[in-house]
Design a protein around this ligand. Structure first.
Ligand SMILES: [Zn+2]
Length: 213
């Protein structure tokens, strides 16, 4: 039997998005993204949405309790009864504990592991067009002409966020923040580490194997 109430953890650049998309299709479960939930609730003007809006408009982080309440409401919908992949949540041990308190069930937490050097290589290859914002990658999606956008011919450049130094900093922050979360789920025996370095298909096989319960 396969676990279907999932959290996929992994640093930026580990390929979480792509792997999640495949799991959504193969397992027939929705991906529940807190970013999407917040935007939707805000737009719909629900009670929770309005509360979240006040925090967002003030430039403050939406409190854990509020986000957990939104997730909980979303998981009560029909399509989530068979399972779900949580995306972007929980980010901290406090959020994970808030979920446990509210009986939001998690059956498996998969931690995608990719060494920092590799992530820095992947992430720093991104180039963005100054004119139209199109996104390229020196290795995975190179422009036909060096430093020129395929779509509009504009100049492509590396955003400051994508410089190796800034990426290294982002990865460090991520690791520090996620380590307690990983330990938390490990205590419940829910955690599995999966090597995220290989080809996309191999990594996917590893994830699927890790879902076996
Ligand atoms: Zn362009």
């Amino acid at each position: 039997m396969k676990a279907k109430r999932l959290i996929l953890l992994g640093p930026p650049g580990a390929g979480k998005g792509t792997q999640s998309e495949r799991l959504v299709v193969d397992l027939g479960i929705p991906q529940v993204s807190t970013g999407d939930l917040l935007r939707a609730a805000r737009k719909a003007g629900t009670d929770l949405g309005n509360q979240a809006k006040d925090f967002m408009d003030a430039g403050k982080l939406v409190p854990d309790e509020l986000v957990v309440a939104l997730v909980e409401a979303r998981l009560r919908e029909d399509d989530a009864q068979v399972g779900y992949i949580l995306d972007g949540f929980p980010r901290t041990e406090a959020q994970a504990e808030a979920m446990t308190q509210r009986d939001i069930r998690i059956e498996r937490v998969v931690n995608l592991q990719v060494p920092n050097e590799k992530l820095i290589g992947r992430l720093s290859g991104r180039r963005v067009c100054r004119e139209c914002g199109a996104s390229f990658h020196v290795q995975f999606k190179p422009t036909k002409v060096e430093d020129a956008c395929d779509k509009c011919g504009g100049e492509t450049y590396q955003r400051k966020d994508d410089s190796p130094a800034v990426i290294a900093q982002r990865l460090e922050t991520f690791a520090a923040q996620t380590a307690p979360l990983i330990a938390y789920y490990d205590r419940f025996g829910l955690l599995r580490h999966v090597d995220g370095q290989g080809a996309m298909g191999d990594v996917y096989e590893g994830i699927v194997a890790a879902l076996e319960v």
